[in-house]
Design a protein around this ligand. Sequence first.
Ligand SMILES: *Cc1c(COP(=O)(O)O)cnc(C)c1O
Length: 491
Amino acid sequence: MIHYQSTRGSKYIKTSARAIIQGIAEDKGLYVPNTIPALPFEIEDMMGKPYKKVAFEIINAFFEDYTDDDLLRCVESAYDDKFDAESVVPVVKAGDGYFLELYHGRTAAFKDMALSILPYLLTTAMKSENEEKKICILTATSGDTGKAALEGFADVEGTEIIVFYPNKGVSEVQERQMITQEGGNTHVFAINGNFDDAQTGVKKIFGDDDFIRELAQKGVKLSSANSINIGRLIPQVVYYVWGYIKLVERGVIKAGDKINVVVPTGNFGNILAAYYAGEMGIPVKQFICASNENKVLTDFINTGTYNTNREFFLTESPSMDILISSNLERLLYHLNGNDAGEIRELMDALDKHGKYTVSPKINYALDRFYGGYADTARANGMITELYRKNGYLIDTHTAVGYRVYEDYIAYTGDRTPTLIASTASPYKFAGSVARSIGLECGDDGFECIKAVEEATSVKVPYCLQGLDKKPVRHKGVVDPGEMMDSVRSSL
Ligand SMILES: *Cc1c(COP(=O)(O)O)cnc(C)c1O
């Protein structure tokens, strides 16, 4: 049976259910499968099958301790008509790529793909592991995870959900989505800091043994809805396999042919899921990792040195404004042949000096990753171009991905068919999108939604309609040092 172990070598191994409940390992490492399973089917056998079927097969291959009945129920409950696209994830050809539209869920960003199922995976795990404590989901967000987690966990029995987001570090629509969240168990705080401050604060709380004990006495256990939770990561593997199946179905490729994958990257969760799909047997030639001005990953892939000692930029792709990409730790662990020793040293160095340099072994294995970046002007230029030439609208994050992809083609001449992760609805970042296609709408995100809707034939996602009229329910603003107290006061 596949089990889950920490990237930092803790001797405790876990079932997937236990790893999902716990979120992060006791030595602060991340849970990883001890082996990545092979695809449990032939690609041809999945042609024409619904998304739910592919999702069940892939997740089942990783989470072997869930019974088939339980997992089926999770998948059925997650990928239902909450998604406003019948296929759940449409694959759309535009320009030079195939866009994997991951934003048709309840919050109009790709985080819904995993956070629609995580609450079911977690509550199922609590039952099977006889977990009696209340689970408190603690989440740092760069804008999209927070809302998707709030929607997923609102009023889920046995859970509380607390979200911290960077004050002024998210778009108006993103903020509005979070602070209007309903549900008796939801708590939202803006923090005076950026996403890294929020994420570091959350990790600190997870690592504070005294606080964990204090909560345990109150019958509360912490878990995470961030992509440090393996229950977030594995459901994201599904759509890369799905995208490949669609390309085979349409005759773009034959089963066994290689593809490239482009991912606009922040915390490295989404691109790591693509890597897992590759390790399962989806033939991927290059994983193209796209960053905005916060190009710490581009530099890392090109040099082998990860260095966070640099200026931090607030960009128009805020969900990628991240300098500490948590999930990279998992990739390094796998590239290192599942050896925790070096990983522990690297993460120590990151803590102490804000940087590290990987061994030649890891550096060599990074060859399958191409790193590139695009600043706001170059990225948003792609929104303009795709709309003018193809009538296709993408958001600011996807635009970073597409720009880097076009740079990749120019640099390599590689025309291998390519899936591009399209991570948010253009309406979620309507101001930037409107300006990019030549519309005037000022600073009001909601005015911009209207302007884009009137000028294009693209439908506004259901979840964003009427959002500006919803009452604000969460008003807390705290300093990073007050996060622990915020958790106390919420419980
Ligand atoms: C979260 C997010 C990303 C970055 O994804 P990671 O898994 O953190 O790399 C990119 N685009 C959007 C719209 C997001 O919400």
